[in-house]
Design a protein around this ligand. Structure first.
Ligand code: F6R
Length: 363
């Protein structure tokens, strides 16, 4: 049942506020502390986290690396499962291995988990399907509570993965004493407020649809982001190529002048994901480098960012202002909607894109 939407993907994008609000409740204790369902993880005894996944789930891990490192001062390694498993990396004592998978059946992720079994202190997974192989073979499986995701391109599972991973990072900060209880409560308060903000942001759908109409005529699109927005740029590019079949690539903004700037001309739109955060000024200067070469910038930012960026930007999408740490959960929305409307404009099969399967059980 598409719930009145044209595609499952649209339904799954638009139900994120209510799905996230329910999902968060499963990780909250009294007085807004983080409580994990099932066994506890005591992060004061964890020296290092190794996170492994594929595709969108990998980008969720990559986002979480920034959170764990910044909030909990915990060293984190992230890897793509197909590389990790064959590289056979040494797993040092004190390592917790964490696997993220919507289906819980991805062959490479499962193989990476099995490789870690006798080597890591503990195997934890973040899954949408609690009866899945990855969940069953973990010491602790944390459900994301996204509900069934039908669209092949992952949307609500991504934000629900982010939700659980942020709760885990806050739990780590709680256990390791790197954040005060008040600061943790504040962060949780911000997460509680997020569904309302996401709902309010849904009206950007029309601006994004208009922007997508123009994107749909391009052959190549670049995505740029810095800090927490870098993994989001990667996810935005993946979504766009999966369903619209437009070639899209993402770079960390700071990498622009190390190569990709050679691609810039007026036919290659550049999507810049940049709320006015601590790194905004640096991203603006990258954006100006793009515009100076005739590049067309589609800037996704907030009101303060739009004002600084000025009128020369090709198109601007203004998102609500949110605290930096929860920005990935908000900026996933324009990334998804942009891909969705671009694909819809091209008339591709949004829910069943060519060559892709929902669950990749062969490597
Ligand atoms: C992208 C997408 C894929 C999956 C990847 C991992 O929209 O859906 O990249 O994220 O195949 O799948 P799971 O999470 O089931 O392990």
């Amino acid at each position: 049942d598409k719930g009145g939407y044209k595609h499952f993907m649209a339904k799954e994008i638009f139900e994120q506020p209510s799905v996230l609000s329910n999902a968060l409740g499963h990780y909250l204790g009294e007085d807004d502390t983080v409580v994990l369902p099932g066994d506890n993880v005591d992060f004061s005894k964890v020296d290092r986290l190794t996170m492994v996944a594929c595709g969108t789930a990998y980008y969720a891990c990559f986002t979480a690396k920034y959170w764990f490192e910044k909030l909990a001062r915990l060293p984190v390694e992230v890897d793509i499962a197909s590389e990790f498993r064959y590289r056979e990396p040494p797993i040092v004592k004190g390592t917790t291995a964490l696997f993220v998978s919507q289906s819980g059946e991805t062959a490479d992720t499962l193989a990476a988990l099995r490789y870690c079994k006798d080597k890591a202190d503990r195997i934890v997974s973040v899954v949408n399907v609690p009866e899945s192989s990855i969940a069953r073979e973990s010491d602790l499986a944390l459900p994301i509570h996204a509900g069934v995701e039908v669209g092949v391109a992952s949307t609500k599972a991504f934000t629900c993965q982010l939700n659980v991973l942020l709760m885990l990072a806050l739990k780590a900060a709680q256990d390791r004493g790197t954040m005060t209880p008040d600061a943790i409560r504040d962060a949780i308060g911000q997460l509680r407020a997020l569904p309302g903000i996401l709902n309010a942001a849904m009206d950007r759908d029309r601006t994004l649809a208009a922007a997508a109409l123009k994107l749909s005529e391009s052959r190549d699109v670049l995505f740029l982001g810095r800090g927490l927005m870098y993994p989001l740029a990667l996810e935005g590019a993946l979504k766009l190529k999966e369903i619209s079949y437009i070639h899209a690539e993402a770079y960390a903004s700071g990498e622009l002048k190390h190569g990709p700037i050679a691609l810039i001309d007026k036919t290659v739109p550049v999507v810049v994901m940049a709320p006015k955060d601590s790194l905004f000024d640096k991203t603006v200067s990258n954006m100006q480098e793009v515009m100076a070469r005739g590049g067309k910038v589609l800037l996704i930012t907030d009101a303060a960012g739009a004002e600084i960026a000025g009128p020369d930007v090709w198109q601007t999408v203004i998102m609500p202002k949110v605290p930096e740490i929860i920005s990935p959960l908000l900026y996933a929305l324009p990334a998804q909607l942009l891909a969705y409307h671009t694909a819809a404009a091209k008339g591709t099969d949004v829910d069943q894109p060519r060559n892709l399967a929902k669950s990749v059980t062969v490597e």
